[in-house]
Design a protein around this ligand. Structure first.
Ligand SMILES: Nc1ncnc2c1ncn2[C@@H]1O[C@H](COP(=O)(O)OP(=O)(O)O)[C@@H](O)[C@H]1O
Ligand SMILES: [Mg+2]
Length: 341
């Protein structure tokens, strides 16, 4: 029996699905997942919020930070809170696209080809140190993220839904890395930068991890089913964005293209953000509003996420870069200068 037929039979034998929880109950479970993540990730509420936004929008995340800042831990913890399959890929310069996508093998006994799916065929995938993977692997990954399917040996295979990629990269390691192509960076909904913890957080990390070493690990309080994730996604994406707020979004992104908002900031930009960036910011803003218990987006949702949603989609001029300007700084400046309403 084929895998699909087996799955179908399994579904038929399973209990009938419980009726979908009312919106409030579902949101409570989403917030329990968020709180469970925060509990095990000291001082990482920004990262946790963005992981939740990725989950609620179907968006992929690129997390950048030095080693040892709980990036892997964060994604593993998210996997613990989800009733879906999880895979981790450690990127190295000798990784090949088939190591991600899978391969087709010849089966002597049945006299036919069989597709052996690779780690991409999971609901949540941690791609560690993505900038150490060679360009062909990166492009296979980015293509799957954009299209929700993979073509191997001429056959197209759909990826699971939900399908969420969280890639990490280490900014200090340059030798032997392949920077992600700028044009493909915008496959990521958000680019999140994690910083060193402050002293109080670091102290709390010691206690937490010491406790875990002594077998006092706190399990995730919930384990969301994929149906719940899909339902929450629908609810989050139906959050209202007013026409005035859409105008604000457009003004903000247009500030990367024209001199209307801030000519000095615009002059630092070589490649502006595309409409994909504007859409990403709107969708991320909806998910943030949902997490904050609102049925509508407010300017604060947009301002809070603008750098993470837009900075990786713009390129600075060499002069601006040489002057030490950063894309995040430019977007931050635009947020301060563009009037919200
Ligand atoms: N903010 C944090 N909260 C909890 N544990 C942390 C935190 N920062 C670091 N750690 C601990 O430090 C270690 C390194 O974490 P890891 O997820 O492997 O880092 P990374 O993937 O960023 O290199 C782990 O033992 C983790 O528990
Ligand atoms: Mg790691």
């Amino acid at each position: 029996m084929s895998g699909a037929a087996l799955a179908e039979r399994g579904a038929a034998l399973a209990e009938p699905p419980a009726t979908a929880p009312a919106d409030g109950a579902l949101r409570a479970r989403i917030l329990a997942l968020r709180d469970g993540l925060e509990h095990g990730l000291i001082g990482c509420s920004g990262l946790v919020e963005r992981l939740m936004i990725g989950l609620l929008t179907g968006g992929h995340l690129l997390i950048e930070g030095a080693p040892g800042l709980a990036k892997t831990r964060a994604v593993k913890r998210l996997a613990d809170g989800l009733d879906g399959s999880f895979a981790r890929v450690q990127c190295t310069p000798d990784l090949m696209p088939a190591d991600l996508t899978g391969t087709t093998v010849w089966r002597q006994d049945s006299g036919s080809f069989e597709f052996l799916p690779g780690p991409l065929f999971h609901s949540l995938i941690l791609v560690d140190e993505v900038n150490r993977a060679p360009p062909k692997v990166q492009s296979a990954l980015l293509e799957s993220m954009a299209e929700g399917q993979i073509t191997v040996a001429g056959h197209t295979h759909p990826l699971p839904d939900p399908f969420m990629v969280v890639a990490t990269q280490n900014p200090i390691e340059h030798a032997g890395t392949f920077p992600l192509p700028e044009a493909q960076l915008d496959r990521f909904l958000l680019h999140v930068v994690v910083e060193m913890p402050d002293e109080a957080s670091e102290r709390a990390i010691l206690d937490l991890v010491e406790g875990e070493l002594n077998h006092h690990a706190e399990a995730m309080p919930v384990r969301l089913t994929l149906d719940e994730v899909r339902a929450a996604r629908e609810a989050a994406l139906s959050v209202y964005v007013s026409p005035a707020l859409k105008d604000y979004l457009v003004r903000l992104v247009a500030g990367t293209r024209s001199d209307a908002a801030a000519p000095d900031l615009r002059a630092a930009i070589e490649h502006p953000a595309s409409p994909r960036g504007t859409l990403a910011l709107m969708v991320a803003g909806k998910a943030r509003a949902y997490l904050h218990g609102r049925d509508h987006v407010v300017p604060e949702d947009i301002a809070a996420l603008a750098s993470d949603a837009l900075a990786h989609r713009i390129g600075l001029t060499w002069r601006a870069a040489a002057e030490g300007k950063t894309a995040r700084g430019i977007i931050g400046g635009l947020v301060q200068r563009v009037r919200a309403l």
